[in-house]
Design a protein around this ligand. Structure first.
Ligand SMILES: C[S@@+](CC[C@H](N)C(=O)[O-])C[C@H]1O[C@@H](n2cnc3c(N)ncnc32)[C@H](O)[C@@H]1O
Length: 390
């Protein structure tokens, strides 16, 4: 082998080693995010969480009424020469994030009024599809000392799919269960990071000016990833994303330019214990559960042809036909179509609209699906209150 070919083969090996290591997950890449992102293979990441520089544009130091200095963000990593420079940087790293995301991947950004609008425009221009913006309302925000503006008490997160057509992960049922069975809203209330969770340097000062609370990442990762997914954070800081991902059984890759922050992140994550598989089990989403059509329930004899179904108030009565359709005088159709027609609506979830009677009590036909799944061997558990209609 010639010297040139040998050298290029060695370089390719190094490249693939770096790729393999990056793919294996659970590592901090110390360096500039643009350089490090370029080493990560295309379509290899499930979720990006990015907490980029805010570009705060602080020109003078901020003092409290007693003249003590406010410990804000005045670090070199947050300084850009102009909005144009910030936008160029934003578009470059966002484009790389989009490249490394799997087709069904998604991205979260967090920012303040200083940068979040610029981030949003860049996202949309690059082809991401915004799914929600979420307001993180801070229980204990930093006061506004000068009193010339509102207290800045929130940050904004943007959740976006890689593409409009991406089949992104959203653990709707888990979130709903965790919110006392109410659909989770887009305004989240959490304290800023303080107390023992806040990392300190040897002098007892904050190790990082903008360490995010783990609670915030806990919700983000539980909502939009599954155990085993790979999460990438290109602005790792003290490694909040990595610490929570480690605990929740997700794989993680962090990129951080500052070696002190990277070291703090490494030491922090080393102390985290991953939860057990059983503690990580989540409420399955109805959409990912095996589908059982209504006709199968009739075929299995769980509900016999000729049975009567009712709406919740018993104002409508339909008959079940042998082919799995329902009929009322003058109209016939699927459980959904007939449900919509009798209400004069364009759509209806027939599973919750129609009820069967047992012992004088009405039950939604949705309950019968569980029994069908047991009979079809699609699930092992069987809720005891489910009974066949007569
Ligand atoms: C807002 S902080 C992230 C804080 C982090 N979420 C946490 O909880 O600790 C942004 C971080 O990005 C890093 N950073 C800024 N520019 C960078 C770049 N071009 N490449 C890599 N890291 C960068 C900074 O050093 C800083 O730690």
């Amino acid at each position: 082998m010639g010297e040139r070919r040998r050298r290029s083969a060695a370089a390719a090996d190094r490249g693939s080693l770096a790729r393999d290591r990056a793919l294996a997950g659970n590592r901090i890449l110390v360096g500039d995010c643009l350089d490090e992102l370029r080493r990560i293979p295309d379509r290899s990441v499930d979720l990006v969480f990015a907490d980029p520089p805010y570009n705060l544009q602080l020109s003078t130091e901020l003092l409290r009424p007693n003249n003590t200095r406010v410990d804000g963000v005045d670090d070199a990593w947050d300084k850009f020469g102009s909005f144009e420079e910030y936008d160029r940087f934003t578009r470059a790293w966002l484009a790389e994030c989009r490249r490394v995301l799997k087709p069904d991947g998604a991205l979260w950004l967090i920012g303040s009024y200083h940068n979040v609008f610029r981030l949003g425009v860049a996202l949309q221009d690059l082809g991401f599809w915004i799914l929600n913006d979420v307001v993180w309302r801070k229980v204990n925000p930093m006061p506004n000392f000068r009193g010339r503006r509102f207290t800045n008490a929130h940050e904004t997160l943007i959740w976006a799919a890689r593409d409009q057509k991406s089949r992104y992960t959203f653990n709707y049922e888990s979130l709903k269960s965790s919110n006392d069975d109410l659909q989770m809203r887009s305004d989240w209330l959490f304290p800023i990071c303080s107390g023992p969770e806040r990392l300190k340097d040897d002098g007892g000062r904050k190790a990082h000016p903008t360490q995010k609370p783990e609670a915030l990442l806990h919700r983000v990762l539980l909502a939009t990833t599954n155990p085993g997914d790979t999460v990438l954070d290109p602005f790792f800081g003290t490694g909040t994303t990595g610490a929570v991902a480690q605990r929740l059984g997700r794989r993680w890759i962090g990129i951080e330019r500052d070696t002190d922050y990277a070291k703090a992140a490494h030491e922090r994550i080393a102390k985290v214990t991953a939860l057990s598989d059983s503690a990580l089990e989540t409420t399955p989403s109805k959409r990912t559960e095996p589908r059982v059509p209504f006709g199968t329930i009739v075929e299995l004899g769980i509900l016999r042809a000729g049975s009567k179904l009712y709406d919740e108030r018993r104002s409508v009565r339909a008959e079940v036909k042998a082919d799995g359709t329902l009929a009322v005088p003058g109209s016939r159709g699927s459980i959904h179509r007939l449900g919509a027609a009798v209400q004069g609506k364009t759509a209806c979830n027939g599973w919750t609209f129609w009820h069967y009677e047992r012992g004088g009590v009405l039950h939604p036909i949705d309950n019968l699906r569980e029994r069908a799944k047991v009979e079809l061997g699609l699930t092992k558990t069987h809720r005891p209150h489910i009974i066949a209609a007569e």
